[in-house]
Design a protein around this ligand. Structure first.
Ligand code: FAD
Length: 104
């Protein structure tokens, strides 16, 4: 299966994954995120959440169903610490390795 690894599961990473699906990429997309939570919107943190107007849970960038529909494989809570472009492997702090490329 073709595999793309996206390091950084915030706004840019999520948009990259969404664009891949919109462009009909139907392979495996692995989302690597240092933080142990779904992508969230940062600007409201210093505004509506800080002022108490919004609950912190409201800053999620996408609803769970929308994330599920993207069919992504999540590797959260463990930052990428290495990239081997020859072997096409991303290493995570957890010790796990994720291969990427065509036919992987
Ligand atoms: C409190 C706050 C208020 C803001 N207010 C505004 C505003 O009013 N207007 C505005 O235009 N912008 C604002 N911003 C900036 C805006 O949120 C950013 O422009 C936006 O989040 C950028 O998205 P991004 O996905 O490019 O990067 P980020 O949101 O920074 O996401 C990068 C992600 O990559 C992850 N990451 C980094 N290294 C690794 C690694 N090695 N392995 C795995 N994951 C990794 C990080 O944990 C993070 O989740 C604000 C930001 C903050 C924090």
């Amino acid at each position: 299966m073709d595999t793309i690894v996206i390091v950084g599961s915030s706004l840019a990473g999520l948009r990259a994954a969404e664009t891949l699906r919109q462009q009909k990429f139907d392979g495996r997309i692995v989302m690597v995120g240092a933080e142990d939570r779904a992508p969230y919107d940062r600007p409201p943190l210093s505004k509506k959440v800080l002022s108490g107007e919004w609950d912190a849970e409201r800053v999620v960038l996408r609803k769970p169903d929308d994330l599920t529909a993207l069919n992504l494989e999540w590797k959260l809570g463990s930052p990428a610490v290495g990239l081997d472009t020859t072997e096409r492997v991303v290493s995570l702090a957890s010790g796990e390795s994720v291969s990427f490329g065509w036919g992987v």
